[in-house]
Ligand binder design. Sequence first.
Ligand code: CTP
Ligand code: MG
Length: 222
Amino acid sequence: GTVAALIPAAGAGTRLGHGPKALYTLAGRTLLERSIGALRPHVDEVVVALPEGRGDEFQAAPDPQVRFIAGGETRQLSVRRLLHATTADYVLIHDAARPFLGARIIHDLLEAVAETGAATVARPVADTLVRGGAAGTGSLWGELVAREGLWAVQTPQAFRRELLLAAHDRAHAEGHAATDDAGLIARSGGQVRLVRGDARLFKITTPDDLPLAQALAAVWDA
Ligand code: CTP
Ligand code: MG
């Protein structure tokens, strides 16, 4: 079947504090350019959701395989618009905020999605987990959470397009807000295969993430 890579890149990047995050440049290439470059060789088309009115800054080099649309108010709405912008049999959804995406992950996901219709990369949790207060200083150790069997979910995530569209339509109709597409499939009673992810797929969220991202970019591009 045909495969479209869908990239939600319409966020404001509020926590990072450098304007739209997809335009943030690491060692000469934006986060968005890095994600497009990683996905492009493996799919039939790439569709990117951009912040409303910021399209010009992103479309510097026209590429017949890449299309840009306006995103929505939330990530969920941006993904919904992306799903309506393609007719591909399968979609690979990947956050522009995770620029270090390797070919092994894409192959593993496409293999898994052919079996279950839904798959995501995820990593077994390695740290001890404990409840505390809100993030910040001065919080106290609360209840331990057993980490056995817990996975941290990343992107990319792969779906049969019609399956994810149905899950999105249901969530939309019910007013359910989600930060994750695989979670919407599970909520609809579908099976989601967990594919082993990679520490390098971490999401660039706050300025704390930049030293690691800059160091990794230097190695990645070498
Ligand atoms: N995203 C999107 N449309 C939105 C909000 C987010 O396409 N309305 C995308 C972001 O561009 C990003 C991904 O969803 O690639 C994950 O979101 P996040 O890390 O929260 O990025 P931002 O929303 O840009 O950051 P912040 O929440 O700090 O403003
Ligand atoms: Mg956000």
